[in-house]
Design a protein around this ligand. Structure first.
Ligand SMILES: C[S@@+](CC[C@H](N)C(=O)[O-])C[C@H]1O[C@@H](n2cnc3c(N)ncnc32)[C@H](O)[C@@H]1O
Length: 356
């Protein structure tokens, strides 16, 4: 964008002195860019200088002309969150401003520590200023809990809403954060598991949520059948919309209900691969996952939590015991690792296992 403004035109030789003096006098228009040609410098002014101000400049031996000139607007660097909050928060609290936030569609989710509670609106507004593409800032108002694994949120800036459309790996998802689980922190896992699926497979996503594993698998494979189960009716409504949005009708089959019951009633012996993303309880469903696999066996992606007291090796041992109990055996756990930190000294972990 270009803008016409009063201009202080000086020979190149006087340029540096003129800019410094004009700044000292508070004359410079900081939103416009200084211009130069072969002979002169053009300094944008916020207003026409008074006679006194002109005299100050002339006393510096500056050969000047006051004119009008068309300047380009300055490309201003966006301020950081901390810079924006510098004059709004006491200095000792600036260090407590959360560095990390989750972004789901046009919503930012932030954890406000108790000492910043009184400043949450300022923080929310600063987030919107830094991230111009966001519409809403939500503060976590409790832990993820209950059978549906949802949490409560409070709007601290922008439009009060929990619904949005989120893009991940070329797919789009209708999300309602207050009604069904979704975490952008699992994005890598969704892709990792989807990339292991082979053409022709039948997959059972036992705890599918709004469909980030199931839909990506269907979207990236020509011939797959994915049963996406969830016990939360709101998650199934969103999943059905997402199936349509991503045009994977006929490949992803949404099923409302308890995964254990659904497998027992209609999906025994069908799957080449089972995804078990319910870390707090998946261990109770290992028997059902084993029943879901084809008689010749298949792969299970099992999610659990690990802590210092209950490390990865213990999770593997518990998983093996549950598989044995169901009458199957673990050929090998071909990958076993932590996915992300979920609380201080607690991590979500994944085991990829070949079962016979
Ligand atoms: C941690 S979320 C995972 C959702 C999804 N896989 C993802 O990555 O976003 C677990 C999901 O399991 C569902 N769930 C809990 N118990 C269940 C059960 N017994 N049978 C089927 N789904 C269940 C919850 O409603 C929730 O949507």
């Amino acid at each position: 964008m270009q803008k016409e403004a009063p201009c202080l035109k000086v020979p190149k030789i006087n340029g540096e002195k003129a800019i410094t003096t004009a700044h000292k006098l508070g004359l410079v228009n900081k939103e416009l860019e200084v211009q130069r040609d072969n002979n002169c410098i053009y300094i944008p002014l916020a207003k026409s200088p008074s006679q006194d101000e002109i005299q100050v400049l002339q006393k510096q031996d500056i050969n000047l002309e006051i004119t009008k000139y068309t300047f380009p607007e300055r490309k201003t660097r966006l301020k950081t969150l901390t810079e924006l909050l510098e004059d709004k928060l006491p200095p000792h609290l600036l260090a407590c401003v959360p560095r990390a936030m989750d972004i789901v569609g046009d919503i930012a989710i932030i954890e406000i520590p108790p000492e910043l509670e009184a400043y949450k609106t300022e923080i929310g507004n600063a987030v919107l200023q830094v991230h111009k593409n966001l519409r809403t800032v939500l503060a976590k108002a409790g832990a993820v809990k209950g059978e549906y694994r949802t949490r409560k949120y409070m709007t601290i800036a922008g439009e009060p809403k929990t619904r949005t459309i989120h893009k991940e790996h070329g797919c789009q998802y209708h999300i309602d954060l207050s009604k069904a689980y979704f975490s952008p922190r699992l994005s890598h896992e969704h892709k990792r598991v989807a990339s292991m699926v082979r053409e022709g497979e039948t997959v059972i996503d036992m705890f599918a949520g709004v469909g980030p594993f199931s839909i990506l698998i269907a979207k990236t494979h020509e011939h797959v059948k994915v049963y996406a189960i969830d016990i939360n009716p709101e998650a199934i409504v969103l999943l059905e919309k997402n199936i349509r949005l991503n045009r994977v009708e006929g490949k992803v089959h949404p099923v409302l209900g308890d995964a254990k019951q659904i497998i027992k009633q209609k999906l025994r012996g069908q799957a080449d691969r089972v995804i078990m993303n319910l870390p707090e309880k998946a261990i109770e469903f290992v028997g059902a996952a084993c029943k879901a696999l084809k008689p010749e066996g298949g792969t299970i992606h099992f999610y659990g939590f690990v802590t210092v007291e209950e490390p990865l090796e213990r999770l593997e041992q518990r998983f093996r015991e549950e598989v044995e109990k169901s009458g199957r055996s673990v050929v090998k756990i071909f990958s076993s690792r932590t996915v992300r930190e979920t609380a201080p000294y607690e991590w979500q972990a994944v085991l990829d296992a070949e079962i016979r």
